[in-house]
Design a protein around this ligand. Structure first.
Ligand code: NAP
Length: 313
């Protein structure tokens, strides 16, 4: 075959023949959408735990086959995604282990990597390539209606290969993520958990906490908090509206990194408290100036919009 024929062939053939999505919430359904758009799978098999979610996924036409048993969904799959809360990864891996095809790539999208490796690895059969992953892309929405094909566009996906990860399988998974529009980085799981601890887990914890503090205030009514939320509070409420099961599991499973970062955070907060108490304006000004620079760098890196109010109309 000449180059042009090769190219035409490559354009028609999906990247993977058979992909299984275990979990069809925000991330699973977004994967389904982008796989269709980019012709990444010849057949998409979807599995959820509950019947209503599976039924809704069917109404949305996310997959080609639908299963309440995850083991059924992974039969014959070349690529298997675990898109369930971090605490459910181990039991799901145990359930599907016997049905995985030799040579298949098994990956996940969990927000914590150390615990997923700990919980999933013992169940991975010989000949199956387990490559943990985490797309740094999300919204506060969950469920099969929340997904959209552009979710991963220009976002980073971190893969945390294991010591014996097969290079060919890793390259195929990287190609998959790049085809979704994502950029791919690889790093050690422990480092991932520390980095995401500060960029994602701690901010969510602070958001959950500030919303709880506001709700519990005696001298400011809840209706005042809501009415005047545009002062900054509402930006925390977006984070604090995220799925409670997912975030419970994140904190239970990234305990060490979060506790370490929380210690640092509380020290820094005490320094701020002290600066306010003693009227140290210069200290406050310097710190706030530095934060502004970081915001600018996030925008320059294409990870947010410079539009006022995050582009809200
Ligand atoms: P989601 O929208 O809440 O969907 C979760 C899916 O997992 C649903 O299909 C649900 O099925 C299934 N599920 C829940 N508990 C389960 C259990 N115990 N056993 C088997 N299946 C179960 O969640 P998501 O936002 O897509 O998150 C999925 C994964 O992606 C999580 O590990 C999360 O850490 C990670 N992640 C999330 C984000 C984000 O911003 N949301 C970003 C990056 C990575 P039923 O509806 O039938 O229960």
């Amino acid at each position: 075959m000449n180059d042009a024929a090769n190219k035409a062939n490559a354009e028609q053939r999906p990247m993977f023949d058979h992909v299984a999505l275990i979990g069809l919430g925000l991330i699973g359904s977004s994967l389904a959408h982008v796989m269709r758009r980019e012709n990444l799978a010849g057949h998409i098999a979807g599995a959820t735990r509950s019947e209503p979610t599976l039924k809704r996924a069917g109404e949305l036409g996310l997959c080609d086959s639908y299963h309440l048993d995850a083991a059924e969904a992974v039969k014959g799959a070349d690529l298997v995604f675990l898109n369930v809360p971090v605490g459910a990864m181990g039991p799901v891996a145990e359930r599907i282990a016997g049905a995985l095809k030799p040579g298949a790539i098994l990956t996940d999208v969990g927000s914590v990597k150390g615990s997923v490796i700990r919980d999933v690895s013992p169940h991975v059969p010989e000949g199956v390539h387990f490559i943990p992953g985490h797309p740094i892309a999300g919204t506060e929405q969950s469920g099969p209606d929340a997904g959209f094909a552009e979710l991963f566009e220009n976002r980073w996906c971190i893969l945390t290969p294991l010591e014996n990860t097969d290079e060919g399988a890793l390259e195929r998974l990287i190609a998959f993520w790049e085809a979704t529009g994502a950029h791919v980085d690889t790093m050690a799981a422990e480092h991932h958990d520390l980095v995401l601890g500060i960029t994602s887990h701690l901010p969510h914890l602070i958001a959950y906490n500030i919303v709880a503090t506001a709700a519990d205030l005696e001298d400011v009514t809840e209706s005042e908090v809501i009415k005047y939320s545009a002062g900054g509070f509402r930006d925390f409420t977006r984070l604090a509206a995220s799925d409670p099961v997912m975030w419970r599991d994140v904190f239970l499973n990234n305990r060490e990194a979060v506790l370490e970062l929380l210690g640092r955070f509380m020290e820094d907060l005490s320094a701020l408290q002290r600066a306010i108490r003693w009227g140290e304006g210069e200290k406050l000004y310097e710190l706030f100036k530095r934060s502004r620079r970081i915001r600018r760098e996030i925008i320059e890196a294409g990870q947010d919009t410079p539009a006022p109010g995050f582009g809200r109309r």
